[in-house]
Write a protein that binds this ligand. Structure first.
Ligand SMILES: NC(=O)c1ccc[n+]([C@@H]2O[C@H](COP(=O)([O-])OP(=O)(O)OC[C@H]3O[C@@H](n4cnc5c(N)ncnc54)[C@H](O)[C@@H]3O)[C@@H](O)[C@H]2O)c1
Length: 339
């Protein structure tokens, strides 16, 4: 049985907490034993964020703390799940690995490639496992797309586009999202998911470029182009669509069909006979599947190969270069990964 504890009980933590409760119910060998947040109000708040997280608040058999050392002293813990604002991921992940815990941290891994490297070195020194919450790799809609690409059922991919659209994220602790020096703006918050997904599906791009706009804050809208051999791949991420519901999806053209994920779910439009096939998607979400996967890796004593921190670090390296491109009129950036 893996005993898990969370640090940070803000927006996305609600989804993690609900995932643990669901995993426990499903008989997966994991138990959420405690949650720590420095703000005692975090345990009373009802929080709504741009994505669906399930019921917010407590409602489980675990203890709450406002002091991390007290939690670590009082609880038997195997896995620390970091749901803190992005600028704290690196410091806390290293500290918890050094104290002998397995660590899952929310995305993005960190704000710089150097910090990602330090996290990987801490994992190696500790002999514990580290995984970053690039949760799209665990959403059925994206796993389906990956399977289509890998088994070639619709032929080769001819073009791909990804969207991640939202209003400005204003629920964050001390408004950290709306301070681009802390959050990295929409590139590090929303686009990081599609950047990671594009790499997972198509491998490392040769180059990329980004054009950004500032509506409410710097870099809250970004249009990104990825350069592959004979394959146009693009993505749009927006924080500026105030008043709209969060929306994410893809349109991927294959030789024999178009695979589209939007508010109608995942549908396959045949280019051969004009038929439309709706794909049935299992009801539970990517964060639950991601935690289940990591728990299984810890139980088996193996590294999380589907989602290695080295790969999350490369996604951060691209995000960092996209910021530069966005600040330099969409300059094309070659990609020569060093991690
Ligand atoms: N996977 C996803 O789809 C997804 C979605 C949203 C957010 N995220 C990521 O999750 C992370 C958290 O985002 P959020 O929206 O939950 O932020 P948030 O601001 O809502 O929550 C952060 C919480 O951390 C607490 N906190 C701050 N410093 C602390 C400390 N030193 N010790 C303990 N608690 C502390 C705050 O009181 C707050 O409750 C971010 O890195 C974000 O990028 C991921």
């Amino acid at each position: 049985m893996i005993r898990a504890a969370m640090i940070g009980f803000g927006g996305i933590a609600q989804s993690h907490k609900n995932s643990y409760l669901s995993l426990e119910k499903r008989g997966i060998p994991v138990k959420l034993v405690a949650i720590c947040d420095i703000d005692p109000e975090a345990f009373n708040r009802r929080l709504t964020i741009n994505i669906e997280t399930g019921e917010s608040g407590l409602g489980g058999d675990f203890r709450t703390y406002t002091d991390l050392e007290e939690m670590l002293a009082n609880e038997q813990i195997d896995l620390i799940d970091i749901c803190l604002p992005t600028p704290l991921h690196c410091e806390y992940a290293i500290k918890m690995l050094e104290r002998g815990y397995h660590v899952q941290s929310e995305k993005p891994m960190a704000l710089t490639e150097e910090d990602c490297r330090r996290m990987i070195e801490a994992r190696d020194r500790s002999g514990k496992q580290l995984m970053i919450g690039q949760c799209l790799r665990f959403y059925r809609q994206y796993e389906f797309l990956k399977a289509c690409i890998e088994d070639g059922r619709y032929g080769k991919v001819t073009a791909a586009h990804f969207d991640r659209l939202s209003g400005p994220p204003r629920w964050g602790w001390n408004n950290w999202y709306m301070k681009p020096e802390l959050s990295g703006g929409v590139i590090y918050d929303l686009h990081i998911h599609d950047c990671d997904m594009i790499r997972w599906l198509f491998g490392e791009p040769k180059a990329f470029s980004a054009v950004a706009a500032a509506n409410f804050v710097k870099h809250d809208t970004v249009f990104v182009q990825y350069y592959y051999e004979n394959l146009p791949v693009s993505a749009v991420a927006e924080w500026s669509l105030k008043g709209t519901k969060f929306n994410a999806g893809y349109r991927v053209g294959f030789e024999k069909a178009s695979v589209i994920f939007d508010s109608n779910g995942v549908n396959v439009y045949s280019k051969e006979d004009g038929s439309v096939e709706k794909i049935e998607i299992a009801p539970y979400g990517g964060i639950e599947a991601e935690i289940e996967y990591f728990v299984d890796c810890i139980e088996k004593g193996i590294a999380p190969e589907k989602n290695m921190p080295e790969s999350s670090a490369r996604t951060v390296a691209i995000a960092n270069k996209l910021l530069y491109s966005a600040d330099h009129m969409g300059e094309r950036m070659e990609f020569n990964p060093t991690i």
